[in-house]
Design a protein around this ligand. Structure first.
Ligand SMILES: [Zn+2]
Ligand SMILES: [Zn+2]
Length: 681
């Protein structure tokens, strides 16, 4: 018997299924999905591989095949649906079969380690308002009758979208249908898990996300695989659950976290679309601030649109004020305005809570010499170090690679002047509030305070129970969280995301501000929000303050069309990463030549625009130099063939180096393709 296998660490341009003879003593135990060890390459080094296909040996063939070395795991864990998905992922995201298999077969999952438990009582009924009920009726009709497989549920913050899609999920659940619900971040899992538990029962669902221990992940995975549960809640990679859902819900679909920025660089939304196209499955995208791409699809009628334009229980949108912080600051070093301080004191005196958003971690954000003006940068990355207090010690830390040093007494460059620490981060904001408002009880939520997985849940519970009256945090406090007693939201520096996120920066700013503002006054009518900004007359800030999505969309879609950005074109980034700056740049240039040559000779009928190579947004990261080529294109099979073809041409003709796909190989240059990346490379 012959086994066709996907082998680890292959170069994707030359990746294919490799054939091996199944030795007789293994014949009964090797099945499709089994993990085996095979001798590979000229040196016959032993590599892991997954069996994708088994067939009879063709005795007339002259091919001399190697034998499978041994069996690592015999359990047949791949279904035909999963194999189909794997092939699609590797073709669509230009990665090896083994890499795409790694998504579907997460490591450390062992078969058959789960306890089947059942809830005794029937799930609680979800009560909707009349207004929600109307939208629910439309969705129900879409789900059972419409030809369209995809829909957008667009509802302003606090409108109760969650209850609406859960009501549909519950109805399907009672008919033993399968539902997958994705949230954009781990920090949102505890809140959603509680709601699902309330309406479906404690044992009715499984959770899949990166914060699970190996043991728990194995058990959750097997519960799903063995159909012990029909509801799955998870983050991005849970889209590869071992089941075909009848309904997929992607909550806050505009969030960039649904796109992976490591190989395979998949987007959970696109994988969901693949499942809908190939199986009996429907997709709901849910959002208060839909991505421009999704809203465009909805407006043009390609997908169905459902709208909730009123807040739940008639609570009103908060009253929003824009505060110009070129003046009116508490003191010269602060970014707290006098107005915001007054409001904070007022809310505390009324026993209400506030949330402050500042998207910068640490204490001071810059360490700069007052004499020569140089700031202290990371040794490994092209970024400045940020001041943190770590166990009462003054440290300068790189937010990208973790490099850190003690704060130096004197400037390392001119050696005779003192280093000034300037700029405000969440850590110093917390201190400042304690000084300015002695009666405040302040909780800080950022990546530094939430390192372990149980911490979010505890922090949010403590805030909910009223242990604190102010929560200070990075963007993780801005989204999706629901606290009844919050009546003030302060955004400390709204300008930040206006610059530097590429063509998506306006969309991100709009989304962040309107989401943050939406945390205020969710259960009563006196919600307030203060937006502090240096650019008070920027129209995007103004539109976001009003949460006027329609106006934002009309403005933005015109711009995207004019500039040929998504949804009017796809963007493909080709990244080059290497330890030697000159060699990396030269290979980037040569690849550019390969692309141009190939576009002219073999692929002159596809519409593309190849932009000249440039330095990456972060020019150096963890000691490696980074360059990029951007192509405006249509992402279809022909375009992907053009890329693979150009890569092969590059490899066969480049004299500069033989590039290695393995990033651990230090001398090589790593090249990757990224389709519609969410962040600027
Ligand atoms: Zn200096
Ligand atoms: Zn660094």
């Amino acid at each position: 018997m012959i086994a066709e296998v996907a082998v680890e660490k292959t170069q994707f341009a030359f990746d294919k299924l490799f054939s091996y003879i199944v030795p007789e003593h293994l014949a009964e135990r090797v099945s499709v999905g089994a993990c085996v060890a095979v001798p590979f390459g000229r040196k016959n080094s032993i590599r892991r591989a997954f069996v994708i296909n088994l067939k009879e040996q063709n005795l007339e063939s002259n091919l001399v095949l190697k034998k499978i070395d041994s069996l690592i795991d015999s359990s047949p864990i791949l279904s035909p649906e999963q194999i189909k998905l794997v092939s699609w992922v590797s073709e669509y995201y230009l990665c090896s079969l083994y890499d795409s298999l790694s998504l579907i077969l997460p490591r450390y999952v062992k078969n058959n380690e789960f306890e089947k438990k059942q809830d005794k009582s029937l799930p609680l009924n979800i009560n909707l308002s009349d207004y929600q009920n109307n939208v629910y009726a439309e969705i129900l009709n879409w789900f059972f009758n419409s030809e369209k497989k995809e829909s957008l549920l667009y509802g302003i913050t606090g409108s109760g979208k969650t209850q609406v899609f859960l009501k549909l999920a519950q109805r399907l659940f009672l008919k033993s249908k399968k539902v997958l619900i994705l949230v954009p971040e781990i920090s949102l899992i505890p809140q959603m898990a509680k709601i699902i538990e309330k309406f479906f029962g404690k044992y009715a669902f499984a959770c899949l996300h990166s914060g699970l221990s190996n043991k728990v992940r194995s058990s959750e995975w097997n519960k799903i695989k063995n159909e012990a549960v029909n509801i799955v809640l998870g983050t991005r990679s849970a889209i590869f659950v071992p089941m075909i859902p009848d309904l997929i819900v992607i909550d806050e679909e505009q969030e960039p976290t649904y796109k992976s920025d490591k190989t395979p660089r998949f987007n959970a939304k696109e994988v969901a679309r693949f499942l809908c196209k190939n199986y009996n499955c429907k997709l709901i995208l849910s959002s208060a601030t839909p991505s421009v791409e999704s809203f465009y699809l909805a407006k043009s009628g390609k997908i169905s649109l459902f709208q909730l334009k009123k807040r739940y229980g008639n609570s009103k949108l908060p009253e929003v004020k824009i505060v110009n912080i070129n003046k009116n600051l508490y003191n010269a070093k602060s970014i707290l305005s006098l107005e915001l301080l007054d409001e904070l004191r007022d809310k505390i005196s009324k026993g209400e809570q506030s949330i402050l958003l500042l998207d910068r971690r640490g204490f001071h954000t810059l360490a700069r010499c007052s004499y020569c003006g140089s700031s202290i940068s990371c040794e490994n990355c092209s970024t400045t170090l940020v001041h943190h207090l770590v166990h009462r010690k003054n440290k300068l830390i790189c937010h990208y690679c973790g490099f850190n040093i003690d704060v130096p007494e004197l400037c390392p460059k001119c050696k005779n002047h003192k280093i000034n620490l300037i700029g405000v981060g969440t850590q110093s904001l917390e201190n400042e509030i304690r000084t300015a408002i002695p009666e405040s009880k302040c909780l800080r939520v950022d990546a530094d305070t939430t390192k372990s997985k149980k911490v979010y849940e505890k922090m949010f519970d403590n805030f909910k129970s009223g242990k604190y009256n102010i929560m200070v945090g990075t963007r993780m406090v801005a989204k999706g969280l629901d606290f009844d007693n919050v009546s003030l939201v302060g955004i400390l520096c709204a300008d930040q995301s206006l610059f530097g996120e590429g063509y998506k920066s306006y969309e991100r700013t709009f989304s962040l501000i309107s989401q943050a503002v939406g945390r205020s006054g969710r259960k009563n009518n006196n919600g307030k929000a203060l937006i502090q900004t240096f650019s008070a007359d920027n129209p995007i800030i103004e539109i976001s303050a009003k949460q006027d999505y329609d106006v934002f969309f009309e403005k933005e879609i015109k711009l995207r069309k004019l500039m040929l950005y998504p949804p009017f074109a796809d963007l493909c980034t080709i990244g080059f990463v290497g330890i030697n700056e000159e060699k990396t740049w030269q290979s980037c240039l040569f690849f550019f030549e390969s692309l141009k040559y190939n576009a002219k000779i073999k692929f002159n009928d596809i519409p593309i625009k190849i932009l000249f190579p440039s330095k990456a947004f972060m020019t150096k990261l963890s000691k490696k130099f980074r360059f990029r080529i951007t192509i405006k294109c249509r992402n279809n099979q022909k375009f992907r063939r053009f890329l693979t073809d150009s890569l092969i041409y590059y490899q066969q003709n480049s004299k500069i180096n033989k590039f290695k796909i393995n990033p651990r190989n230090k001398s090589g240059i790593h090249i990757f393709f990224d389709m519609n990346p969410e962040h600027l490379f």
